[in-house]
Design a protein around this ligand. Structure first.
Ligand SMILES: NC(=O)c1ccc[n+]([C@@H]2O[C@H](COP(=O)([O-])OP(=O)(O)OC[C@H]3O[C@@H](n4cnc5c(N)ncnc54)[C@H](OP(=O)(O)O)[C@@H]3O)[C@@H](O)[C@H]2O)c1
Length: 254
């Protein structure tokens, strides 16, 4: 029997690139996103694999529990969980609708935490599992003008590192992927695609490959691309106030 991966946000961007990588290695899958048509197209691309698709808005009330129930009803077991779905929004904190902030927290933090909790219990029973949480370089610093997004990714990074340590004596690993700007639909949704900070954006395929390799090697944190590795080092030695000022001026650059 093939091992099975569950990928959130599988319809496009990094999520779709993860699908391609797992498919190459013969994984069966459970794919979730809101766009059912796109998920169906992906399923049709890989007829030799058992791919279940569940169209679901993970910001809905009780989304993770409902989703988990549906997976259980399918009688399948998940070996690898990729918590990838997420979004950001550029703008000053008070100018962005409160509902957007709340949805961001519901998706980037709440759904990720709840899905991890639910599927981890099953992994514990088997004493096997791998979890890949998509954080961001943004998770390493305060992010004026994308304050809630950066904070949500800081949560993902801290949570992943802590959980990885809690599980150190088990056969379950947790990896946090921390990419910088990459060419996906993220830029459009976040209103940053025309910003200077996205002018040298990486391609999504490269990011996913780095994340996939790190997951398979049980790495705790991975930052794709050398320039971003340097940035992730610099933020460790710079006062956080300076990092916040730099992040603000980068966000303000047209
Ligand atoms: N691209 C970057 O520059 C960058 C950098 C660092 C980190 N990240 C992180 O990488 C992850 C993937 O983003 P991406 O860049 O690949 O962006 P993307 O192309 O916009 O993909 C986001 C994925 O999440 C799904 N999604 C969005 N809202 C959802 C919801 N409410 N319920 C269920 N699924 C939802 C989308 O599918 P539907 O629209 O079909 O629901 C899509 O499959 C995110 O966590 C993002 O924060 C991105």
């Amino acid at each position: 029997m093939n091992k099975r991966v569950l990928i959130t946000g599988a319809s496009k961007g990094f999520g779709y690139e993860f699908v391609k990588l797992f498919a190459k290695d013969g994984y069966d899958m459970v794919l979730v996103a809101r766009s059912e048509d796109m998920l169906r197209e992906i399923k049709n691309e890989y007829k030799d694999l058992d791919i279940k698709i569940i169209a679901k808005d993970l910001t809905e009330k009780d989304a993770a529990n409902d989703f988990y129930k549906r997976v259980k009803e399918m009688g399948i077991s998940v070996d690898i969980l990729v918590n990838n779905a997420g979004f950001g929004k550029m703008g000053s904190f008070e100018d962005i609708d409160l509902s957007v902030h709340s949805n961001m927290i519901d998706l980037n933090i709440k759904a990720l935490t709840e899905l991890t909790y639910l599927f981890l219990k099953d992994m514990k029973k088997k004493n096997f599992g791998k979890i890949l949480n998509v954080s961001s370089l943004a998770g390493m610093i305060p992010g004026p003008l994308m304050a809630v997004y950066y904070a949500s990714k800081a949560y993902v990074l801290s949570f992943s590192e802590a959980l990885s340590e809690e599980l150190a004596d088990t056969n379950i690993t947790v990896t946090a992927l921390c990419p910088g700007a990459a060419k996906t639909n993220f830029g459009k949704v976040a209103d940053v695609e025309d910003k200077k900070m996205f002018s040298n954006a990486m391609n999504a395929e490269r990011v996913a490959k780095v994340g996939y390799k790190a997951l398979m090697k049980n790495k705790r944190i991975v930052v794709p691309v050398a320039t971003n590795k340097i940035a992730s080092f610099l933020v460790k030695i710079l006062p956080r106030k300076w990092s916040a000022k730099i992040a603000k001026s980068v966000a303000q650059e047209a």
